[in-house]
Ligand binder design. Structure first.
Ligand SMILES: [Fe+2]
Length: 219
């Protein structure tokens, strides 16, 4: 049996989704609503898992983190596609929609999963910043769990390195530099440092997996 500690293949990610009708259905819904958020979610989940493995987390904690990260943006099904795809500046009304996605996602997760195998904080708090300047609650620093701090960093990294309606992709190197520059304001310094180290030590694995995701996304 493949465990969370040795996962690295795209097939394992897909098998994990297929094995649970709740995850499968929610992700199918997300993919239909906004395909790029679906692919973003898969990449953020696998990279968060790889990063979380550098901390002393149990198999159960890793699985909860992986499952919650796969669905961290599920609340975006409540955000109109025109807002998600808007290339220019967002209006106040657009921001209001977008700022609700963590809480809407958590509400949806409670309905579907109750508390079964998910960490609702990952969904509710994944846009909170280290210094309290994030949303929706302005929580800060050590009030955010390690899982939340990991997903915050990886979510931003993936958004920086892949094309979005509002930005051009940066190289991994530039994105890591930017994360370092924003450590202690937006991000947990130690998580950024470990992401940097992961890239130095496992760049081939990470690029290989990226490549496999790109093939699936193109198909
Ligand atoms: Fe999000």
């Amino acid at each position: 049996m493949v465990t969370m500690s040795d996962w690295i293949r795209v097939e394992n990610v897909m098998q994990f989704i297929e094995a649970d009708i709740r995850k499968k259905t929610l992700l199918k819904f997300l993919k239909a609503h906004h395909p790029s958020t679906y692919w973003h979610s898969l990449r953020v989940a696998y990279l968060s898992l790889m990063l979380a493995r550098s901390y002393a987390m149990s198999e159960d904690e890793l699985e909860r983190l992986f499952c919650s990260t796969l669905l961290h943006d599920i609340g975006k099904v409540s955000v109109p596609v025109e807002v998600l795809n808007k290339p220019g500046k967002l209006s106040e009304e657009n921001w209001a929609h977008l700022h609700k996605h963590p809480e809407n996602g958590a509400k949806l997760m409670i309905q579907v999963f109750a508390n079964d195998g998910v960490d609702l904080d990952v969904i509710r708090l994944h846009h909170e910043n280290w210094n309290g300047s994030g949303y929706p609650f302005g929580k800060k620093g050590q009030n955010l769990s390690l899982a939340v701090r990991i997903v915050r960093v990886v979510d931003s990294f993936d958004s920086m390195t892949h094309r979005r309606a509002y930005n051009r992709p940066k190289s991994a190197r530039d994105a890591i530099q930017e994360l370092h520059a924003m450590s202690d304001t937006h991000y947990d310094f130690d998580v950024v440092r470990r992401l940097h180290r992961l890239f130095m030590e496992h760049s081939q694995d990470i690029h290989g997996l990226e490549h496999q995701f790109n093939i699936l996304e193109a198909g």
